[in-house]
Write a protein that binds this ligand. Sequence first.
Ligand SMILES: Nc1ncnc2c1ncn2[C@@H]1O[C@H](COP(=O)(O)OP(=O)(O)OP(=O)(O)O)[C@@H](O)[C@H]1O
Length: 586
Amino acid sequence: MLSAHPRRVYLAVALLAALYVAAIFLTTNSYYQLMLALVPVWAVMGLSWNVFSGYSGLVSFGHAAFFGLGAYTTTLLFAKLDVTPWLGIPAAALVGSLAGLLIGAITFRLRGHYFALAMLAYPLAMLYVFEWAGLQEVSFPMKREDAALFMQFHDQRWNALIALGLLVIALLVSLKVERSRFGLSLLAIKQNEIAAEVAGIDSYRWKLKAIAVSGALAGAAGGFYAVVLLVVTPFTVFGLATSAQALIVTMFGGVGTVWGPIVGAAILVPVAEILHAELGGKYPGIQGVVFGLAIILVMMKMPQGIVWAVRDRFFAGAGRPAAVGVAPPPARAPAFLVAEDAEVLLAVTGLSRRFGGVKALTDVTLQVRRQEILGIIGPNGAGKTTLFNVLNGLVAPDAGSIRLAGRPLDGLPANRICARGVGRTFQVARVFARMSLIENVVVGAFVGTGRDAAAIKGAQAALTRVGLGGLAAAPADTLTNYELRLMELARALAGGPDLLLLDEPFAGLDAAEVRSFMALLRTLRDEGMTIAIIEHTMQAMVQLVDRFVVLDHGCVIADGPPREVVRDRAVITAYLGDKWVPDAVA
Ligand SMILES: Nc1ncnc2c1ncn2[C@@H]1O[C@H](COP(=O)(O)OP(=O)(O)OP(=O)(O)O)[C@@H](O)[C@H]1O
């Protein structure tokens, strides 16, 4: 969650580091000393990949780009300008980070496998550019007289210690990311980007931050790798094997957890190196076979990686509290009358949107007054969901304007519209399944506060508000349909909205659950909330709403109090066809 990791996690880091130091000093064979320096390098690469791809879900096949740029930065600074690697490695991190920002800004327009393939192109292109630039093989000048100053230790164990230092830094950075709004926002984006955006998460900004941090870690790893090898070639640092290795140690160990890349590197790197040393003469490239087999094995047996498999097997949660009961609805409160002259909170004017030949919305004009419950109804395909999608920035209108409390919302992305005060739930509840209930809701609370503690408090209050306070720690994938609906409502409430857009919130609920949900909505309205709700359950809607707007084929065909609208000729025709009109209005 959002709090700092418990102290025992940092103690574990210190203990592991101490054991590694002991192993370094007890190792006398220089080949094994080199291996002790390489394991942390690949663990840092794995952590770098994990910070970006593991949390955000955007698969990168191109981390060699950052690694290679880092390796060349450190090497060229040393070879051409006599800059010590002690400064060259931080410079490599900076270059990696800037490359991350640039590559991200260009490539985040692409999605799914298009993104993954585009990422593959960067290191490949760099490989050839560095060759053309005459940098096929750049060596470190020998400075043995100033070994410590230029990181040219005779004793490989110093390199292993520096590698360990890099790993500890990368681990601390990753732990910080994991337990902050940074990591939680990325996880939410990974699981459902639209839901995250609608809950106020600026997915583009978080992804840029993640690739910048990731690029910095990979750049530093590359810079140090060059120090260990004393020579860089485009093929060794920009080659496909580099990106693949970062990805494989992480997938093998466990994606989306800081321990995964470390476990993966600690197992795979020594196995590959020992095989290379023992059999490399006879079977050149044996490491590649090891990494290839490792990934096939993991995909078949433990698709989430070793750490998750162990966690699920030995540390699975002890279940969850019983399902929330359905609160009996309070006696029907006297009708709440929205004054005719109440402030218009939402003003929609002339909204249109086409999808190819389909006119989903045509010149839609409507208003929602403060503290009103507006029902939006219409036959299937009438344009109701499209209206919500346009209102909260998921779909751009072709024409028309939208104002909230007098301020235009036009052209704003979903996360900014959420920040302006529009909360939204979906027809099919959008849940961040690998997160707890409170984590699902806290994602919606970030938009209202810059302080994590305040976000947690807000999320807890929203959960209590909808009656899920006792389930905060429950894994989201254990929730019932009713609880999921309440969770989405809580997530929308956590951002402190003025207006709630609820898209078929009663879908899949039984009669008692619908009654309880309606009572909750009425209470929210009595406390000041304004609600626009799409529903097909007319019986419930007639009891709940103050006013209906009816859409048909993308046009508003009626707008008025429920009793009038249900007898409206155009509405009956739209729902039932002309021949039923005389019976229906009788
Ligand atoms: N992304 C899209 N691409 C193409 N056509 C779309 C898209 N979204 C909606 N439409 C079309 O626009 C029209 C309105 O769809 P919309 O989902 O808004 O209707 P609805 O009133 O919410 O329907 P339902 O009650 O069945 O959910 C439909 O003809 C639909 O096929």
